[in-house]
Write a new protein. Sequence first.
Lengths: 110, 200
Amino acid sequence: MEPVGISHFMAVGAIMFVCGVVSMATKRNALGVLMGVELVLNGANVNFVALSSKFLTTAPGRSLGLDGQFIALFVIVLAAAEAAVALAITLNFYNNHSTVDVDRADELKG
Amino acid sequence: MNWHTFFFLLFSLLACGFAVMVVLSSNIVRMALYLVFSLGATAGLFFLAGADFVGAMQLMIYVGGTLVLLVFGVMLTAQGPFISMKTRGGDWILAALVSGSLLALLIPASFSIREWTNAPAEAESAELAESAEPGAQPDTATRLGMGLLGVRVDKLAGAPKELQPGMSGYLLPFEIVSVHLLVVLVGAAYLARTKRRATS
């Protein structure tokens, strides 16, 4: 068994990203779409943290260093803000249509 | 197989497995539960990569805050027939196609760079952990906090003298993101308020 490197973390991030994309594309519940967005952001965060780690690479001088962790923190904060706004929009939509099915949100359809 | 590999396999299997179950489940409450497990296992991966502060923030903000928000959203909007909305069969086929091609692109790409695949051997990594001076290793939170205030204490050594004050700190993004958070919370409270007074 080879030791765990950045590539293994990136594979995990890729799987989480793809799961998020599929969840965004297929879910009809607006909250399911929101959960897909959270999964995508988490996959990106896994990549950032893996690239910033100095325990996973043979060239520690060339890792991202603390910058990757800073970016991961900002991504977490922005994801929290995005969840708050998206939830408010969903609640508003539910008040108007009494459903959260995204297929019913077609008033702007040309 | 050492403990690092064991815990990496454990946390990555948990994270990926529950992420897949989020996709496959059609019950919104169960999706929220699986998402909690997946994000918690991701926090374990962060701890394994040496990012202790980011892992703790992941547990506190994501699992503790955002997921509570999502569960509240589920409780406020879910009604009997709408609690599980089935995806149509054609959508599943398209989704499998897109996800398969995306995975076939991303996974070989992540293993294609040689610098990323050859991890330090076990002895070398232990040597790296030992070589850090005592007391300098677990202060990631201090360095991150100083960096958010604009001083990169981890990069001061070896930097040119005139660049050292305020060297590529994150003070401006920190201020922007705090104002952004305030605006977002005010906007969310405005958007989600009840409309009863306006109508009656």
